[in-house]
Write a protein that binds this ligand. Structure first.
Ligand code: NDP
Ligand code: 2IT
Length: 452
């Protein structure tokens, strides 16, 4: 039997190999480190997981697609962006994961997101593999017509690689209902198929699921509530700092208010807003979703309770809870120290990998309940899988039914992570619990399906 320390040495070698084979992809290295560092106990306890090649296969995407995306702006100028789809692992079902349009996108970023997605999707308990895609296209300041032409060009290549049984993209940063509409239209035109289950996050009149827009934010609040419950507390009367002001942030703020808590901040890349009365989610939706504006406009319209702080760190605002909902590595070790100093009780990741490894370590050492993104923000992809189920059955469920399913899934994920952490001598460590529980499900399927 292999000991934990021998296993750790093997995993350390593998991490060195991953860095060597995937140069200049720091986000992918970070995500791989975070998972592999927690696997030693399970690999030592279950010899089948030490089978040569299993983890090596897990960290190598099954397929990576890179393509040129040329498009013309409103003045007729030609732009060339890069498109990506990383089909990471299909042991549990068709590749599933969002598309991100943001200038910071590169292969390493998409690989980190795709790798996280494997374990997140496994944790939902639904039949979905892991993938991610996107482009370095920047939608900020682009007209509707420009966004449409970009989406059409992007799908002109992407359509060859996706399908309801193959790979099912959805939204992520910079990709919401508008973009999914343009992408679906072009897919339908090229393929001449009404294949509703090829994309999720669709409009509600044409195959989209009720509650999909809300699902990630709502799910994260439910996960935070479950962590608090474990400590004999609830959300009632708690204040929260939320970063971001996009899809995930908005519905996080909405659900916090519905459950008696109060989000006092939101942010974007220009700075943050602190609103003493609590963020008015209807005003935020109007500014961000309808007008596609910035958070400083929210502060201007809100009146005396709110002020906009250009630049700065939203984590300086004291609160009981922190729900990072913008982007990776937005909460560093200094921010974590400030949160702890201000008495934070729980940090739950709406975004993917928003807390740096040093920040996670500090928060856990300080006894803060920490919900890692692959567990806490799994509600979005879970409801995407429910959208696929509805599409397959040519039916649509009520909002109440979808919300009930979402609540069950989030509570199950919480219980699974909690129990798995206890089983592997790491009580209260949701990072270890999520990584091991997700890994077990994917690894068992990979072992059963042979060396492919
Ligand atoms: P949106 O595009 O709707 O919103 C993104 C928000 O984050 C905006 O406020 C944006 O501000 C801010 N932001 C993005 N990049 C940066 C950056 N580099 N620095 C500072 N602020 C930034 O995206 P979502 O709300 O959908 O996604 C937010 C996070 O949640 C991402 O990490 C995503 O991967 C994750 N996620 C999303 C899911 C979904 O269903 N949509 C599901 C699970 C996780 P600005 O406009 O100024 O860039
Ligand atoms: O990071 C994520 O889980 C998402 N962006 C949602 C993916 C999906 O397929 O709904």
């Amino acid at each position: 039997m292999t000991t934990r320390s021998e296993t750790r040495t093997t995993l350390d070698h593998l991490l060195t190999e991953i860095e060597y084979r995937n140069p200049a992809q720091p986000e992918f290295h970070q995500a791989a480190h975070e998972v592999l560092e927690t696997l030693a106990p399970v690999v030592a306890a279950r010899p089948e997981y030490a089978e040569p090649g299993l983890i090596e296969r897990l960290v190598e995407p099954e397929r990576q697609v890179l393509f040129r995306v040329p498009w013309q702006d409103d003045k007729g100028r030609v732009h060339v962006n890069r498109g990506f789809r990383v089909e990471f692992n299909s042991a549990l079902g068709p590749y599933k994961g969002g598309l991100r349009f943001h200038p910071s996108v590169n292969l390493g970023v998409i690989k980190f997101l795709g790798f996280e997605q494997i374990f997140k999707n496994a944790l939902t308990g639904l039949g979905i593999g892991g993938g991610k895609g996107g482009s370095d296209f920047d939608p900020h300041g682009r007209s509707d017509a420009e966004v449409m032409r970009f989406c059409q060009s992007f799908m002109t290549e992407l359509h060859r690689h996706i399908g309801e049984h193959t790979d099912v993209p959805a939204g992520d940063i910079g990709v919401g209902g508008r973009e999914i509409g343009y992408l679906f239209g072009q897919y339908r035109r090229i393929t001449n198929r009404w294949e509703a289950g090829v994309l999720t996050g669709k409009g509600q009149g044409w195959g989209g699921s009720l509650i999909r827009p809300e699902a990630t934010g709502y799910g994260n609040v439910l996960f935070a509530a479950a962590m608090l419950r474990e400590r004999g507390e609830d959300l009632e009367g708690q204040t929260a700092v939320v970063s971001g002001s996009g899809n995930v942030a908005i519905y996080t703020i909405e659900k916090l208010a519905a459950l008696g808590a109060n989000a006092v901040t939101c942010s974007d890349s220009s700075g943050y807003v602190v609103d003493e009365k609590g963020v008015d989610v209807e005003l935020l939706k109007q500014v961000k979703e309808v007008e596609r504006g910035r958070v400083d406009t929210y502060a201007e319209r809100r009146g005396s309770s709110a002020r906009f702080v250009p630049g700065g760190s939203v984590w300086d605002v004291p609160a009981d809870l922190a729900l990072p909902s913008a982007t990776q590595n937005e909460l560093d070790v200094n921010a974590a120290a400030t949160l702890v100093r201000n008495g934070v009780k729980a940090v739950s990741e709406g975004a993917n990998m928003p807390a740096t490894p040093e920040a996670v370590h500090l928060l856990q050492q300080a006894g803060v309940a920490f919900g890692p993104g692959k567990a806490a923000n799994a509600g979005g992809v879970a409801v995407s899988a429910l959208e696929m189920a509805q599409n397959h059955a040519r039916t649509s469920w009520t909002a109440a039914k979808v919300e009930e399913e979402l609540a069950d899934i989030m509570n199950n994920i919480h219980t699974t992570c909690h129990e798995t952490a206890e089983r592997y001598d790491a009580p209260g460590d949701y990072v270890t619990g999520a990584n091991i529980a997700g890994f077990e499900r994917v690894a068992d399927a990979m072992l059963a399906q042979g060396v492919i």
